[in-house]
Design a protein around this ligand. Structure first.
Ligand SMILES: [Zn+2]
Length: 383
């Protein structure tokens, strides 16, 4: 496993993200998203689940042809036919990866796979080796890892690495784990699996309890060096870990998370908009990093502080994620913000008396409307 502090960003917007109800995209939209992800600097693009449908297969083929930098990956169950089809879809990529998975928790093995634990181990050994004969880059995932018996999980991981897996992903498939638990799981795997130095560990979290980002960061602290995530956190049920949150948490709190990624953070906002448009999933206003209000300051005290020095209320700059600060003017805004906006609009020499009157009128408009626009202000000053 990598000793360094580089974290691989594995984006699954086009697989786990697209899989959620209502998010399906056309081939054209998928190509647009994939190109944006490549420009954003993600290391791996999971382009789809090749055997799931002809449409999925075709889009993985097309994405493989156009992507210049990132590794392109297809998901496959731990079955020969799935793996063959996945390989067919990605074989023309510059850097192809097969991502194969099998359930490992008691509840999944018994009720979903209807197999014994021994036969699951045999299947992992055989099919991971089969995948590795097709390509050098093979990821194996233990579905429902966070609810899997630890002894058995260690055996599965060891078996997959022996068979040639180069990345081992331990997903919190059902969004059940907590940060402390998640970190401990990775530490235990690193301590107990004898061949663990031959693979990179990966974390894949879901947001059912609102902890996907926190859990993923804890996974990194425990030794994971790949994070699976999606733009805007889209994905099954409550969604996946949001790429933009992981990247900006590492960047903003590098004192606590001393890692690095290859993401060009200035491209985050643009990519978020492309994904929102393609998937039809509107980003909530208060979404961290990419929500409409994520950098907006409306209350008077905050706006006054922001005008004097941005660091008073800003932990990262909006420019660092490719957007501008939006000082929203509304009924909570103060006089300093109003004066500042008037100055930006060219009204530079307002007397205190003028401003006093304008401020009263401004509050009246603010009571009626949610946002007071520049147009409203120009009308106000001209009246
Ligand atoms: Zn998932």
């Amino acid at each position: 496993m990598q000793d360094n502090n580089s974290v691989i960003i594995f984006d699954t917007t086009l697989r786990d993200g697209e899989q959620c109800p209502g998010a399906s995209m056309t081939l054209e939209q998928k190509l647009l998203v994939a190109s944006a992800l490549d420009e954003l600097g993600v290391d791996v693009i999971e382009a789809g689940f090749a055997i799931a449908s002809q449409g999925d297969f075709d889009s993985i083929v097309e994405i493989s042809k156009v992507i210049k930098n990132a590794t392109v990956c297809s998901l496959a169950r731990t079955k020969e036919r799935d793996i063959e089809v996945a390989y067919d879809a990605i074989k023309n990529a510059r850097r192809p990866r097969i991502h194969t998975f099998a359930s490992t928790s008691d509840i999944h093995v018994k009720h979903k796979l209807k197999m014994t634990k021994e036969s699951v181990l045999e299947m992992i050994a055989k099919q991971v080796a089969f995948a590795r004969n097709l390509t050098n880059d093979v990821e194996w995932s233990a579905e429902d890892a966070t609810r899997t018996d630890m002894d058995y999980l260690c055996k599965c991981v060891e078996t997959a690495i022996n068979a040639g897996a180069t990345t081992i992903n331990l997903p919190d498939t059902v969004g059940y784990t907590t940060p402390i638990e998640h970190k401990a799981m990775f530490e235990t795997i690193r301590n107990r699996v004898s061949n663990i130095d031959k693979a990179i560990l990966s974390t894949h979290c879901h947001n059912d309890l609102g902890m996907a980002t926190a859990n993923s960061l804890a996974g990194i602290a425990g030794g994971a060096r790949q994070v699976e995530c999606t733009i805007n956190g889209i994905g099954e049920r409550a969604g996946n870990t949001a790429l933009e949150e992981i990247v900006m948490a590492i960047k903003t709190r590098n004192d606590v998370f001393p890692y690095k990624t290859k993401i060009v953070s200035e491209n985050i906002m643009r990519t978020s908009e492309i994904v929102a448009k393609a998937s039809g999933f509107i980003v909530q206003n208060n979404k961290a990093i990419v929500g409409k209000n994520a950098f907006a300051h409306e209350s008077g005290i905050h706006q006054d502080g922001m005008i004097k020095n941005k660091e008073t209320y800003e932990i990262m700059t909006p420019e660092s994620v490719g957007r501008n600060t939006h000082l929203a003017l509304g009924k909570h805004s103060g006089r300093a913000a109003l004066k500042d906006r008037f100055e930006q609009l060219g009204y530079k020499n307002l007397s205190d008396e003028d401003l006093k009157i304008l401020f009263i009128e401004f509050k009246t408009i603010g009571d009626k409307k949610k946002n007071v626009s520049d147009e409203d202000l120009v009308k106000l000053i001209n009246s």
